[in-house]
Design a protein around this ligand. Structure first.
Ligand SMILES: Cc1cn([C@H]2C[C@H](O)[C@@H](COP(=O)(O)OP(=O)(O)O[C@H]3O[C@@H](C)C(=O)[C@@H](O)[C@H]3O)O2)c(=O)[nH]c1=O
Length: 181
């Protein structure tokens, strides 16, 4: 597996080895040992999620303040622009973001450790988005930060008019939000 650092030290791009042949391809979408070696410690994953969204749908920026979730995300149909934001106040990269295009063909995965807010926008007609989480969904602990908070300044794809959930339309700014110490 190829491991590529991003400008946020703990956020990593992981690319499993693809074995192509006359039948198609094979890849290990998750291997605990390989993953642990890539991120340098052991994480237990307890939930697998799958969402499908139409073009322009933007989900995020989400995180849980307790039962914090690390997320290993990938796309199995279509394309998204995926973003992680460091929401650990004591971190030297607090409030900074990184964005990576994830496509079904490209096979890139993004590892977003606990302590980061996460969101994505769909670039293709539809996209199927799969992710593993290191803790369970806990809506009472979930927080949402506005996708367009000027203080974070995420450079989303040009011309984006996002389709948002009611929850995400009412999201807090980073300044107002409950973040990690
Ligand atoms: C995330 C989640 C949602 N749900 C339910 C609650 C709700 O009725 C419905 C849709 O929930 P949401 O609107 O929160 O779904 P969504 O906006 O897709 O939320 C997700 O966004 C991305 C960016 C993330 O990073 C994820 O962690 C998660 O927060 O699914 C679960 O049952 N389990 C879950 O783990």
């Amino acid at each position: 597996m190829k491991v590529t650092p991003t400008r946020l030290p703990d956020v990593l791009i992981l690319e499993p080895k693809v074995f192509g042949d006359a039948r198609g391809f094979f890849l290990e979408s998750f291997n605990q040992k390989t993953f642990d070696a890539a991120v340098g410690r052991h994480y237990e994953f307890v939930q697998d999620n799958h969402s499908r969204s139409a073009k322009g749908v933007l989900r995020g920026l989400h995180y849980q303040v307790a039962q914090t979730q690390g997320k290993l995300v990938r796309v199995v149909s279509g394309a998204v622009y995926d973003v992680a934001v460091d929401v650990r106040r004591s971190s030297p990269t607090f409030g900074q973001w990184v964005g990576v295009e994830l496509t079904a063909e490209g096979g890139k995965q993004l590892w977003i450790p606990p302590g980061f807010a996460h969101g994505f926008v769909v670039l293709s007609e539809t996209a199927d988005f799969l992710y593993k989480t290191t803790d369970y969904y806990a809506p009472q602990h979930e927080r949402s930060i506005a996708w367009n908070d000027p203080e974070i300044g995420i450079e989303w794809p040009a011309g984006l008019v996002p389709v948002l959930s009611a929850k995400d339309s009412a999201a807090a700014s980073l300044r107002e939000a409950e973040v990690f110490a």
